[in-house]
Design a protein around this ligand. Structure first.
Ligand code: BMA
Length: 380
């Protein structure tokens, strides 16, 4: 008997040691684990979210919209990218847009074939890059584009079963498309999904002209619940993005709530002098970061840019200083469509040399700074 007790005691002591060791590891890892809002997100999605927090301590991931599909003066050239042409490295983050998936179109609103987009997304995933998907969705009530801003569509989606059905039908189309985004082993590819973006602007039908803050929030929650609970889509990190905002309270007005959001961001474009933009950006990044910290979310500059980048030193003089003051997880420039509509430099463009300096700065992260295992194990 005595002997047996001794044994149990010894075993318990061993367990205590193991427990203590686990605790030491946990505490010394220095960070609580952040989990996605979707409580049954796939393991790859959970891992990505966790690793994005780790990476945000190292630097700001550079992103570019539709980077692999086309650039200034070219389209659909295998593995070509304006960012890679200029910097010698691909972006870390790639933006795509699902606009027109709701109307069974074979191409998105900017002409990118949806089947090609799947292949791009897979290639990014295999190399440890990150994909984000926005959705310039038509209005399911009026069938007009996302830029139409009738006052009642959102309200009608929330209260009129017929219109709610029409909206859910759009979500069905999106869910069906997302179900095609698979890795080599059949696993779902995690996507940063950024619906109903630029929530504080008045140009989209879900924006300030089309929805009160409460209506917007209800619509977001409906979207989140329908996709995750009814359609069983579990590979999404939900990014909420405002356009302009003036304070944390103001940012909070349309914020859908901690249980429905993983990433908080905003979209900002330089439209006047670049130095006033830099000050503006710093201020908003600071506000965003405080908000993200309080809510335990990941901050991102979900869209930014200067159309045509006429300032040759824009990247290091206006953007880097803002990132040095306040880091965000990623910053995504908009698409390189044509000579008078592009946001990342191409070879020969006036800001290209300066972009190379920006790329070399340790604070910016490009594809080569990413780990292939970002979806599988923790990055240290
Ligand atoms: C805008 C412009 C449009 C485009 C839209 C959605 O900023 O680039 O040409 O259709 O984004 O990508």
């Amino acid at each position: 008997m005595y002997y047996k007790f001794m044994l149990i005691d010894k075993e318990l002591k061993n367990y205590r040691w193991i427990f203590a060791l686990v605790m030491v590891c946990f505490v010394s890892s220095g960070r609580a684990q952040y989990l996605p809002a979707d409580q049954v997100a796939t393991p790859e999605t959970v891992m990505l979210y966790r690793n994005l927090f780790t990476l945000s301590e190292k630097g700001v991931m550079y992103g570019h919209q539709e980077d692999l599909a086309y650039g200034v003066g070219w389209a659909y050239v295998d593995k070509r990218s304006d960012v890679n042409d200029v910097a010698g490295s691909y972006p870390a983050v790639y933006g795509w847009d699902a606009g027109r998936i709701e109307s069974d179109s074979l191409r998105n609103l900017d002409g990118v074939p949806f089947d090609k987009m799947i292949a791009y997304i897979q290639w990014v995933y295999e190399r440890g890059g990150v994909n984000t998907l926005s959705w310039h969705m038509n209005d399911p009530v009026t069938q007009q584009t996302s830029w139409s801003s009738p006052a009642v569509s959102v309200q009608s989606i929330l209260t009129n079963p017929k219109h709610q059905q029409a909206y859910k039908y759009y979500l069905d189309k999106l869910a069906a498309y997302i179900s095609l985004l698979k890795g080599r082993n059949g696993e779902m590819i995690p996507i940063i999904f950024r619906p109903l973006h630029e929530s504080t602007g008045d140009w989209f039908w879900w924006g300030t002209k089309g929805a009160t803050p409460q209506e917007y929030i209800s619509m977001w929650r409906l979207t989140f619940d329908y996709l995750t609970k009814e359609k069983n889509v579990h590979n999404l990190l939900f990014a909420y993005s405002a356009s302009d905002f003036t304070s944390q309270e103001n940012y909070n007005e349309r914020y859908p709530g901690d249980e429905f959001v993983d990433i908080v961001g905003f979209d900002a474009y330089c439209e006047k002098e670049s130095d006033s933009f830099s000050a503006y950006l710093s201020n908003r990044l600071q506000l965003l970061n405080n908000f993200a910290l309080i809510h335990g979310k990941l901050p991102a500059l979900t869209e930014f840019g200067y159309n045509g980048i006429p300032d040759p030193y824009w990247w290091t003089q206006e953007i880097l200083p803002a990132f040095r003051l306040t880091r965000v997880s990623y910053a995504l420039t908009w698409r390189n469509w044509k000579e008078d509509h592009f946001f990342s430099p191409y070879n020969g463009q006036i800001s290209a040399p300066n972009f190379r300096v920006f790329y070399k700065d340790p604070l910016t992260l490009f594809q080569e700074d990413m780990k292939k295992y970002i979806y599988r194990k923790p990055i240290r």
